[in-house]
Write a protein that binds this ligand. Structure first.
Ligand code: TNX
Length: 536
């Protein structure tokens, strides 16, 4: 094999850490990796053991020895591309700045890192097998998603310095062994409320980057609420020119042009993250009502709202203009969203009568179906006999969510007292942002529940997955958002991905601590929760 591309590190008599260091001391010459190598001065360059992976893979077999990625390493993809080249390009782009290696992506030849097609039904739609041996690294999958998840696991097997964007010192040693992995749930989500406080496309892309590292695959954007409308709609330009002009506290707000939204959706899609746009209706609509007088029953637009009350607004259900508005908005959002989902909110419609709510949701369901999309709504949609083609997102009322499931709906789990990232960790810890209404959620509590057991009488097959929302009434900066989202989101990612069998909260906390240097390397400002033994 080409020793420039990589080096097998094997010396059965000594532990892995010593072997890796002997390679370092010998400047990567294979012949030099023998028993005369000096004792290690420190453990800094040992290959990462496989006890730090997040989310925990379905199965791992660690073998003695290591493989060191060298300057001549390449990434190969099957001749029939099938999406592998895009994944390989992203992997190369992640590793070039830190390693300084060229990492060419080659087709039809055998590279150091090989993306290979697996015909392996056990791996499912998104699963993969990653194996590291003396000859190199194989990422086997039946889908681009599988290759992508495998490449994220590979990044976690490398030293954390590999995740930095500036030149770093190797060696880039990976332990030998095999991982076989597939997700427990299909929907693994992060929701960002960009309505209460606006966050720019670049800020949102950064969350996509980090979420995808932990195998999340949905970005739910809460695009509209009382305090702001954040997505350009051609038929109703005032929604953004007026409705996007402020936010909680009276700041300048902002909105996404159609082009910015399309770019964000494409950026996420390249990382196998599907954007789920939410247009919250019929409540949470003050920004729309303030922008378009014809949407109010009395034809008078109320003022823009920059407070934090909920349940203050409703579309005027009987008006023909309301139906036109809903049709236009859902039509444009559907047209600019390649993913299969349209989230229509439906929560806390306290200003809408039961009869109006049911009539409105019946109309909305027809509009979503006419566009070939799957309707997603908060669990309150169970008030309107939603049927079996929708996804009900559980947040507060287990009875409503279970009723939706009993009617055939699938359920997405975001139980507020476990999954709301805007809740404070505890009374005294930073950040200063964060709410209290669903109780404190420390790192242990965020993780210590089972998605299969939240809803009495609801079969796990009705659960599509887990999503963690960050509501932003109290969150105005990326710094505050980072410290509320991280590290708790990693626990939600694991609940959604990893098998229930073998779960142990204390073991998780140790593994989470090992992610500290990785979050640092990615520039993520997480809250150093005291119950986690952080590795620095
Ligand atoms: C409840 S969750 C809400 C949001 C708030 C959030 C704050 C849901 C469907 N409604 O409007 O932002 O609590 O934690």
């Amino acid at each position: 094999m080409d020793t420039e591309a990589g080096v097998a590190v094997s010396s059965p008599a000594r532990p892995l850490v010593v072997r890796a260091l002997s390679v370092l001391a010998c400047g990567w010459a294979m012949a030099c990796g023998g028993s005369e190598a000096p004792a290690p001065p420190a453990a800094a360059s040992s290959p990462e053991p496989w006890t730090g992976l997040m989310p925990r893979p379905a199965s791992t077999v660690r073998r003695d020895g290591g493989f060191a990625l060298g300057a001549g390493a390449s990434i190969s993809v099957p001749a029939a591309d099938d999406g592998a080249a895009g994944v390989a390009a992203l992997l190369a782009a992640s590793l070039r700045p830190s390693t300084g290696f060229a990492l060419p992506v080659i087709s039809g030849a055998t590279g150091t890192i090989r993306l290979e097609r697996a015909e392996d039904a056990e791996l499912g739609d998104e699963g993969y097998e990653l194996s590291v041996d003396a000859a190199g690294i194989a990422l086997r999958a039946a889908s681009p998603e599988g290759w992508f998840h495998a490449s994220q696991t590979l990044l976690q097997l490398l030293p954390s310095a590999a995740l930095r964007t500036s030149p770093q010192q190797g060696p880039w040693v990976i332990g030998l062994g095999t991982i076989r992995d597939r997700p427990r749930f299909a929907w693994r989500g992060l929701m960002i409320d960009v309505a209460r406080h606006f966050f720019t496309p670049a800020e949102v892309r950064r969350y996509v980057d980090v979420a995808a590292r932990y195998k999340l695959n949905r970005l739910h954007l809460h695009l509209t609420d009382d305090q702001g409308w954040r997505l350009q709609i051609d038929a109703w330009p005032a929604l953004t020119t007026k409705g996007g002009s402020t936010e909680v506290g009276g700041g300048p707000g902002g909105y996404y042009t159609k082009q910015e939204y399309a770019e964000l959706v494409a950026y996420a899609a390249a990382r196998f993250v599907t954007v789920v746009p939410e247009i919250d209706m019929p409540g949470h609509t003050r920004a729309a009502l303030a922008s378009v007088p014809e949407l109010s029953c009395d034809g008078v637009a109320p003022p823009l709202y920059t407070g934090t009350q909920v349940g203050i607004s409703s579309l005027c259900i009987g008006l023909p203009t309301t139906a036109t508005f809903v049709r236009d908005v859902l039509g444009e959002v559907a047209a600019m969203t390649p993913g299969p989902y349209l989230h229509v909110g439906g929560d806390e419609a306290k200003k809408t009568s039961e009869a109006d709510y049911a009539a409105f949701m019946t109309m909305v369901r027809a509009e979503v179906a006419a566009r070939g999309k799957t309707l997603v709504g908060w669990e309150e949609i169970a008030r309107s006999t939603p049927g079996n083609s929708v996804i009900a997102q559980h947040w507060l009322d287990e009875g409503l969510a279970a009723a939706a499931a009993a009617g055939g709906a699938r359920v997405l789990l975001s139980p507020a007292s476990r999954a709301y990232l805007d809740m404070r960790y505890d009374l005294t810890s930073p950040p200063s942002a964060g709410g209290l209404w669903a109780g404190f959620i420390d790192v242990r509590r965020a993780y210590d529940w089972d998605p299969g057991a939240v809803l009495d009488g609801v079969d796990e097959r009705s659960i599509v997955g887990v999503e963690a929302p960050i509501w932003t009434e109290t969150v105005a900066t990326v710094e505050d958002m980072d410290s509320l989202v991280f590290p708790r989101l990693l626990g939600h990612a694991e609940l959604a991905w990893s098998p229930r069998d073998g779960r142990d909260v204390d073991e998780y906390l140790v593994r989470l601590g090992r992610q500290g240097p990785r979050l640092d390397a990615m520039g993520v400002g997480y809250f150093a929760a005291p119950e986690v033994p952080w590795e620095r």
